[in-house]
Design a protein around this ligand. Structure first.
Ligand code: MN
Length: 159
């Protein structure tokens, strides 16, 4: 092998190693997930870093909107309610769900939550782990009602 070929192989080797390291450190938690995490949410209905991938739009025949939501550790929604309720499918990580007047519960990968219509609640990641959910939201009775942010005191309160 001449020097030119050797140098080429050497550079190729470096780039392969740096690519795989980048992928590994960037997103170890999501590497086997089916849906892309989508775009970062920039509105004030969430606290912390949250990403949304709108998967299915509601229409007149099937009035459910389906989205994949990825919460960084500590990130969460505001308190809010859904006029036609919501179903949460936990895809990855560890999250929290709390309805007004009830204790906060932990949601883990593979678990589901059915949020009743018009009940104020919030959901998001736990403090130590990201959380990925599919949210199926009925739209036939109108838009989500956004309420107050979940304070740090509310978020960290132990049951
Ligand atoms: Mn909700």
């Amino acid at each position: 092998m001449n020097f030119k070929n050797f140098a080429l192989l050497f550079l190729l080797g470096i780039s392969v190693v740096s690519c795989s390291q980048e992928t590994h450190s960037e997103n170890t938690q999501n590497k086997e997930l089916i849906f892309a995490k989508g775009e970062k949410i920039t509105n004030s209905n969430f606290t912390g870093d949250v990403y949304l991938n709108n998967l299915v739009e509601a229409d007149s025949l099937n009035q459910n909107a389906v989205g994949s939501v990825t919460f960084a550790p500590g990130a969460r929604t505001r308190w809010h309610s859904h006029p036609a309720g919501q179903i949460i499918l936990a895809l990855d990580g560890v999250g929290y769900y709390q309805e007004e007047g009830k204790e906060k519960v932990m949601i883990r990968k593979g678990e589901t939550v059915k949020c009743p219509a018009d009940i104020p609640h919030w959901h998001g990641a736990s403090a130590d782990s990201a959380f990925v959910q599919i949210a199926i939201t009925g739209r036939e009775k109108g838009e989500t009602r956004w309420l107050e942010p979940v304070t740090d005191a509310e978020y960290t309160r132990s049951n």
